[in-house]
Design a protein around this ligand. Structure first.
Ligand SMILES: [Zn+2]
Length: 220
């Protein structure tokens, strides 16, 4: 419902010049604290697919779009990295096995963040495979994963690959509800091209924004 409202509300207008919270239905973000984790970075490009940009670049750009939208609606955002740097650079985890992941988890667990969302792009040997999935591990993650998938797919019209339970380090070790979002396949030429576009990255961020709002509204 909120997703539908957002789609109609945003179309043809600049979201940064959009209507006040009451009209957009995004009032549940006020005062919330969200940890955003753009995957990879700092010598780890993540997936380098068939498009012009890497996974690390795509998810950092999406995170910045989402950060500014969340802050616009009164949420606080903690980023595990803000530039093309390793999340562990300059920390006690630098050089450790899984250090980059441990640093991300530590940022989340030491913060006052209420939810943790890790952003990634996917890869498959079959270049025809496309779509979006959201992964969870702990039982407390499931509601967040489901609502993010629903709104993200509803907004981008990506192929719905569903919500999956995955034993990922950052999901297993975070102490707050956590989800890992696999936004499109960089092995698919169409999705790789879309993910390099600022307009598509904004659409992704708007879908995640609606999902986060619905989570805090208890609409799941
Ligand atoms: Zn990744």
């Amino acid at each position: 419902m909120l997703g539908f409202f957002l789609i109609s509300g945003w179309s043809g207008s600049n979201p940064l010049l959009g209507a006040p919270n009451r009209q957009t239905g995004l009032e549940h973000l006020q005062g919330k604290i969200v940890v955003l984790d753009p995957g990879h970075g700092g010598g780890d490009p993540g997936t380098v697919g068939v498009g012009p940009t890497t996974e690390a670049e795509n998810v950092l750009a999406i995170a910045w779009e989402l950060k500014s939208l969340l802050e616009r609606y009164g949420a606080q955002v903690i980023m595990t990295r803000q530039t093309d740097a390793s999340a562990s650079a300059g920390t006690q985890f630098d050089g450790e096995r899984n250090g980059q992941l441990a640093a991300r988890v530590a940022i989340a667990n030491r913060s006052r963040g209420q939810i943790y969302i890790s952003l990634h792009n996917d890869w498959h040997d079959n270049p025809q495979i496309r779509g979006t999935s959201v992964h969870y591990y702990k039982s407390q993650d499931l509601a967040l994963a489901e609502v993010l998938q629903e709104h993200l797919v509803g907004h981008t019209k990506a192929v719905d690959l569903g919500v999956r339970r995955s034993n990922f380090y950052v999901l297993r070790n975070t102490s707050i509800p956590a989800a890992l979002v696999e936004i499109g396949f960089l092995s698919n030429s169409e999705e790789a091209r879309l993910l390099a576009k600022p307009s598509y990255r904004l659409e992704v961020a708007l879908g995640l924004l609606a999902g986060i709002n619905a989570y805090f509204a208890g609409e799941f």
